[in-house]
Design a protein around this ligand. Structure first.
Ligand SMILES: Cc1cc2nc3c(=O)[nH]c(=O)nc-3n(C[C@H](O)[C@H](O)[C@H](O)COP(=O)(O)O)c2cc1C
Length: 156
């Protein structure tokens, strides 16, 4: 099975997740959506799309990609992952950001954790994030076990 793993990231956490997923899959290509992606998905059996989330929204490049790729993704085994720090709002986040037909088509969806690094966030981001989450120090909640399970579920 061949898989295309597409990701959208601001500071690199979603890329780390996408890289771990690609390593756990039998045959995967990895693309940062911002840097370009194949226009033809014919050689792929599976497509995984993952994005980090900011104030409830996935990255704009992920939204734009999905909006124009709905028909090209038809017939693919589709996986969606969210990278973030708020697991509780993940279901709402999926519904808000993905078209209904994409959600229905997905064989796996999951929240795979994230990284908050105050050294990378700008002042406004640190302030907003601290107010919303009460977190102010470095946190890495990337869930390695869930990543492996996600990859397995894609290929079964
Ligand atoms: C200003 C700000 C807003 C955020 N909003 C959310 C959010 O709504 N939901 C969530 O789960 N995580 C939220 N996060 C956490 C990020 O999604 C998390 O740090 C993620 O790992 C960033 O991934 P990236 O480095 O791939 O962009 C927010 C972080 C910041 C700095």
């Amino acid at each position: 099975m061949k898989t295309l793993v597409l990701y959208a990231t601001k500071y690199g956490a979603a890329r780390k997740i996408a890289e771990s997923l690609a390593e756990s899959l039998s045959d995967a290509d990895l693309c940062n959506i911002k840097e370009g992606y194949p226009t033809n998905f014919a050689k792929y059996d599976c497509v995984i799309i993952g994005s980090s989330v900011y104030a409830g929204s996935i990255r704009p490049e992920a939204k734009a990609f999905i909006a124009q790729a709905v028909s090209a993704l038809e017939g693919k085994r589709l996986g969606l992952f969210i990278c973030g720090m708020d697991a509780q709002r993940y279901e709402d986040c999926l519904k808000k950001n993905y078209p209904a037909e994409i959600l229905q088509q997905a064989v796996v969806t999951d929240f795979l954790g994230g990284i908050f690094d105050p050294a990378k966030a700008n002042f406004a981001e640190r302030t907003i994030f601290r107010a919303a989450s009460k977190l102010s120090s470095y946190q890495n909640t990337i869930d390695v076990e869930k990543i492996k399970q996600f990859a397995q579920a894609m290929e079964t």
